[in-house]
Design a protein around this ligand. Structure first.
Ligand code: ZN
Length: 500
């Protein structure tokens, strides 16, 4: 806080005496405003019913050994029956048990491959929350709502994460196939079965196949960003398309404290439990300094010029205001997630009996890793902090990954995503972003020149809360716009043609 006040004072003083030139940051949004030749179609008859129907399949991922084969079988049959054009025209391969790779071959002149990723599985619904849902979580019910500027909502698990993307991609392919569209470049589609538990039996198997075959992609588009409304300070009224150009890494660490226990009638003041809790509290100070990683730098370059004067001048004078800016980011949990290697205790255990002081305590912590930091760096910091309290740190399980590489935002394939955004959502700003959670695209690391993470839908805070939460829902209009976005995107990336 001291730093914050000091830098604010310095800035105000410097501006008043004219020491700081209030650089007028230049907007770069016009890069994406290039008109495209792409066309969109009216929704196919019954498209919203097919989305609703897809929600009714309880394709839940909970544990690798708990795959509900019958439900995934039925969902696969539903896709085949609903999209005859797609299954007729594209090459479809099945991997693992229920993961599909579709290939829409380009022309003979094709030199590029593009991959779209979506997943069939969803997270479970907390049984205790069911009463709070406005419609059953696997009902796919349509609820009219004329008040919110929308026709109505389709409710259920997967309406945002991620069946909407899967069904919108299918609707897009189906209607492009009816129109006689021919992509020039190759288009691929991967629909995994276990994204919510890491993708090891789904997307990772497809990725291994691509590696073995030497199939490489120019660009990948997966979920992992949205068009956010109201979440960005200074841009409360403007929708902002946040396109993940990198994804954070993941590491869990087990920290153990051993200290002689004994009878609880004459305890020492220090025990394994007091050490474990002191360590856990110390985690709040962070393992690392907060920082702006490469994707966040892109975010600032894209959005700072669009902000009101005061904020713009703070960004324009970063050599002076960096601590102030970082401090602003520490005020919200998303801001902290974007600028930190987060560290939080997620499991704690100790003790065997109420009158025995335990001789050991164990804390499991989870960290999401920023680009530029390695899992080894993180483990080292945990070990150092644990040592201060007499503990030792070891990796908790084998699920660890560094942050993904940061993809180019100058590459024409990124610019085309921005163009598609402006085509369908003209009022939206375009920006790179850091994806905080994990996506299936991480399984394709090393197989693509660039990987982007973006779900083309405008969401306010309430809708975002539905993802993995209560009342997950999508507006019919929002879903139709997703189809429009993918329709434009496939035309732009594949450089294809319609029949004359
Ligand atoms: Zn997802």
């Amino acid at each position: 806080m001291k730093k914050y006040i000091l830098s604010t004072l310095i800035l105000v003083f410097a501006v008043l005496v004219g020491l700081v030139p209030l650089v007028n940051l230049k907007s770069i949004q016009s890069y994406y405003e290039v008109p495209t030749e792409a066309v969109v179609f009216p929704p196919l008859r019954g498209s919203q019913d097919r989305l609703a129907k897809s929600i009714q399949f309880e394709t839940i991922s909970q544990h690798p050994r708990m795959l509900d084969t019958a439900t995934f079988d039925a969902f696969g049959q539903f896709l085949r029956a609903s999209y005859p054009g797609v299954f007729d025209m594209l090459e479809v391969d099945t991997f693992s048990t229920h993961t599909y790779l579709l290939h829409w071959p380009g022309t003979e002149a094709a030199t590029k491959n593009y991959l779209f990723i979506a997943h069939q599985d969803v997270v479970p619904v907390d049984r205790k929350s069911i009463a709070e849902w406005s419609a059953g979580p696997f009902s796919g019910d349509f609820v009219t709502d004329s008040t919110a500027g929308v026709e109505g909502w389709i409710y259920g698990r997967g309406t945002l994460d991620d069946k909407s993307a899967l069904i919108a991609l299918m609707e897009t392919m189906e209607s492009l196939s009816y129109s006689g569209f021919q992509p020039k470049e190759h288009l691929y589609f991967c629909f995994g079965q276990d994204e919510e538990i890491g993708g090891k039996a789904g997307a990772a198997v497809v990725a291994a196949h691509c590696r073995a075959k030497g199939l490489r992609f120019d660009a990948i588009l997966d979920e992992g960003g949205i068009i956010s409304k109201g979440s960005i300070p200074g841009l409360k009224d403007t929708p902002v398309a946040l396109i993940g150009s990198a994804e954070k890494g993941y590491l869990s660490v087990e920290v153990t404290f051993n200290l002689a226990g004994g009878h609880s009638s004459m305890p020492n003041t220090e025990t394994a439990i007091t050490r474990a809790t002191a360590f856990t509290n110390a985690l709040n100070d962070g393992l690392f300094q907060s920082e702006f990683s490469a994707p966040l730098e892109g975010f600032i370059t894209h959005l700072a010029p669009e902000m009101p004067w005061a904020l713009k001048s703070v960004f324009a004078n970063r050599f002076l205001t960096e601590p102030l800016l970082l401090n602003i980011y520490q005020q919200s949990h998303t801001g902290r997630a974007l600028t930190n290697n987060t560290a939080v205790a997620t499991m704690i255990s100790s003790g065997i009996k109420d009158n025995v002081v335990p001789a050991s305590a164990r804390v499991v912590c989870n960290t999401r890793i920023l680009p530029g930091t390695t899992p080894e760096d993180v483990l080292e910091r945990y070990a150092a902090l644990a040592a201060k309290f007499g503990g030792t740190a070891t990796p908790y399980n084998t699920i660890s990954s560094g942050a993904s590489p940061t993809s180019s935002t100058e590459h024409t394939d990124f610019v085309k995503i921005g163009q598609a955004v402006k085509h369908v959502f003209p009022e939206a700003l375009v920006s790179p972003y850091l994806t905080i959670g994990g996506t299936d695209s991480k399984n394709f690391e090393g197989l693509a020149k660039n990987t982007y993470r973006f779900l083309p839908i405008v969401l306010g805070a309430e809708e975002v809360g539905g993802i993995h939460g209560t009342n997950e829902r999508i507006s019919v209009d929002g879903f139709n716009k997703m189809v429009d976005f993918y329709t434009v995107m496939m035309q732009l990336w594949s450089a294809g043609k319609f029949p004359e």
